[in-house]
Design a protein around this ligand. Sequence first.
Ligand SMILES: Cc1cc2nc3c(=O)[nH]c(=O)nc-3n(C[C@H](O)[C@H](O)[C@H](O)COP(=O)(O)OP(=O)(O)OC[C@H]3O[C@@H](n4cnc5c(N)ncnc54)[C@H](O)[C@@H]3O)c2cc1C
Length: 444
Amino acid sequence: MNTITEQAREIPVKKETDVVVIGGGISGIAAAVAARRCGAEVTLIERSVCLGGLATNGLVCVYFPLDDGAGNRIMGGLAQELLHTTIKYGFNDLPDCWKDGPLRVEDQPPGARYRTTFNIPAAVLAFDELVQNEGIDVMFDTAFCAPVMEGNTIKAVLVENKSGRTAFAAKVFIDASGDSDLLYRSGVPTETDPECICSSWTHEIDASAFAESFAKGGLKAAAPLRWFGLRPDVDNTNSVIPKFDATDADQRNAYIRLSRKLMLDYLKQNQRDDYCFMTYPTQIQTRMTRRIVGKKELNCVDAYAYEETSIGCVAHCMDVPAEVYEFPYEGLYSTAVTNVLAAGRMVSAGGRGWEIMRSIPQCALTGEAAGTAAALAAKGDGNVDHVDIRELQRILLANGNILHCTDAMKEKETHWNDYHKNAKASDGVMGIKFDSLSYDEGGH
Ligand SMILES: Cc1cc2nc3c(=O)[nH]c(=O)nc-3n(C[C@H](O)[C@H](O)[C@H](O)COP(=O)(O)OP(=O)(O)OC[C@H]3O[C@@H](n4cnc5c(N)ncnc54)[C@H](O)[C@@H]3O)c2cc1C
């Protein structure tokens, strides 16, 4: 039997709403919150039982910087708000100079980036509180399966959960699934990264690190437990890092199996009394999988170039000082389908641009812009290409986003250059003490 024909059947429409968001990772949270704050009725569909996606279920407990490494904050809005949400009830190591989120920090100690580590359970609970307070309808434990199309417009999405198959109809949809599931299936052109590397993040209690940190500040002190990425080449520099096409179900399974085998190997090698694993990822830890080829793409060749339709500034998290680029609104959609926007690690940015856009703050930024635009489109004819970009920018700006590069961002202070010339990521340029055993630039 090579194929079978699925039987036609009546599917109940569970809800008709303004905006449906698929995926409750950082980008989906930002999209839902932004759309709701613009007055839209929003349903957020999440297949796991927690919000946060890779940042929580994937154990990525490091919120990358909102600054350019030279004292300038380059992001605001929900990227900034969600950073503070992750640490609202748990530990953090946010440098004091950034605690109130100033636009510029003159006396930022070298390496004191506007970034933080956070406690994952505390972040999950804070995300729940945020979406509840905003009045967002969240459907946990519910997986998007397929779009229902009318020409090149999405009328509804089919989902599966314990109640069976139901539909959610909406004027506008946001795909925040991380893998462009809705966009791809509705006919938006996409590009796949067939070389997604496997470096499994995990967390362990290291008794000596724990004791040191506890003595300094109790459980609220940063990093009471150690987190690190495991890679197959840790002990064998000649081994090839396996790469996967994470849009293929069989390859995903191979990735998941390898990732846990790395954990088991590590456990077997480290049978000590002073540590134990704390947790394991409940979401596959893939970076770039499938992204859209949008109406426009991030130009990350011309740093500081003026982008008329910019929704916000972005930079590579590991560069210090980092060059800044402006992300265009048209990078969130393709005209192939009228009423769907991309948010998060699958917006229109290739190569190095994709690396830049997959960081947590950038995912929050594109989520916020997509949510705001979706609410505007829902008030109009539903077509995301008809959104009044000036109005979108006005709202983003009013909500604290930084749309264009400032002169201060362009002038990198000399003392920063001197410091950064000699610094390496492993020296704490990011303010993060990486485990040199298992973590390198490819590991984040
Ligand atoms: C190993 C690793 C280390 C990283 N290190 C860092 C770091 O140190 N700092 C940093 O800032 N960034 C880091 N990143 C990148 C960053 O974590 C992610 O790119 C970012 O969190 C992605 O957010 P997102 O919302 O776009 O997607 P995701 O977090 O992937 O969220 C997608 C959500 O959609 C849900 N979903 C998927 N499919 C469906 C469906 N069919 N139906 C319903 N729901 C669905 C998922 O359950 C998930 O909740 C790292 C990534 C990896 C993999």
